[in-house]
Design a protein around this ligand. Structure first.
Ligand SMILES: NC(=O)C1=CN([C@@H]2O[C@H](COP(=O)(O)OP(=O)(O)OC[C@H]3O[C@@H](n4cnc5c(N)ncnc54)[C@H](OP(=O)(O)O)[C@@H]3O)[C@@H](O)[C@H]2O)C=CC1
Ligand SMILES: O=C(O)[C@@H]1CCC=N1
Length: 249
């Protein structure tokens, strides 16, 4: 996820340093450091915590001394609370954000939640910074951010899985993989773009506009969600993701 954001942030004017012991590829213009000793005497206006939540306690304390006096920490980690991170970073100002993977093409959706000691200026900076990777929604509690995580952070995973299953079903109808992918992604992309047009009807109205009485869509929809099973499954999906975020706090 860090690389996805980096691909957009690199277009801006800031000098960016990535610390990655594995030495992964970084875009031109970004400084890669594999050993923290290389930045021993440097301070940063912003430190982005982009490791897995389970690694924060081990990794982040080493960076507390590298935060500039007016700086803040921006965490993209799921669940891990801002107050816990602030303590780990020597009582630093923290803002949590929850991006999602289409940030890689500037089409992400990022929740933002100011944490302990974050000033209005920090929040404004975080909003501007995350807007470079797509749209943002600022929420006033971490509880809400963990729900953004369930809906949007993990969301591309659900969408890719739904598209994969849809394509698999298309292949069972006799199409090859390329044909199935073209039809499924074209259909999803076209429908989503139509629903996103300014002044578009509600999602329910749009669904109804495809559904001729006694026709093929009605037959398909009855099988898809006639018993409400899909709706229940999606409620369960978001709840499970939210509960996992709570476990990671
Ligand atoms: N994936 C997603 O769609 C989203 C992820 N997130 C959050 O982003 C964070 C990263 O997740 P994700 O990108 O999926 O995980 P990845 O494992 O792909 O990325 C984590 C990166 O951190 C590197 N790393 C490991 N140890 C260190 C260290 N000591 N110092 C610096 N870098 C280190 C890893 O290197 P190596 O691979 O060599 O171990 C890896 O490149 C998580 O906190 C997650 O909750 C948030 C929103 C969406
Ligand atoms: O699966 C995860 O934990 C991360 C956070 C949201 C998306 N991916």
């Amino acid at each position: 996820m860090g690389s996805a954001l980096l691909s957009q942030w690199v277009e801006g004017p800031e000098a960016i340093t990535v610390v990655d012991p594995a030495g992964s590829d970084v875009p031109d213009g970004v400084t890669l450091v594999t050993d923290r000793a290389a930045i021993a005497d440097r301070n940063f206006d912003l430190i982005v915590a982009a490791v897995k939540p389970q690694l924060i306690d081990d990794v982040l304390p080493d960076y507390a001394a590298h935060l500039a006096p007016e700086g803040y920490v921006l965490s993209i980690a799921a669940g891990y609370s801002a107050s816990r991170l602030s303590k780990v970073m020597g009582n630093a100002p923290v803002i949590r954000t929850m991006p999602n993977l289409p940030a890689a093409i500037g089409r992400g959706v990022s929740g933002i939640c100011p944490g302990p000691l974050a000033t209005a200026a920090h929040t404004e900076h975080a909003e501007d910074f995350m807007r470079r990777a797509g749209t943002t929604i600022t929420v006033d509690s971490e509880e809400k951010l963990d729900r953004v995580t369930a809906v949007a952070g993990s969301g591309p995973g659900y969408v890719f899985e739904i598209a994969r299953a849809y394509a698999e079903a298309a292949m069972a109808q006799g199409f090859d993989e390329d044909e199935a992918r073209k039809m499924v992604l074209g259909t999803i992309g076209g429908a989503v773009a139509m629903a996103g047009e300014p002044g578009a009807p509600s999602l329910e109205e749009l669904r109804n506009s495809v559904t001729s009485k006694g026709g093929t869509t009605a037959a398909g929809l009855a099988a898809l969600n006639g018993d409400g099973g899909l709706t229940t499954r999606l409620h369960d999906t978001l709840q499970a993701a939210y509960e996992r975020a709570v476990e990671l706090r």
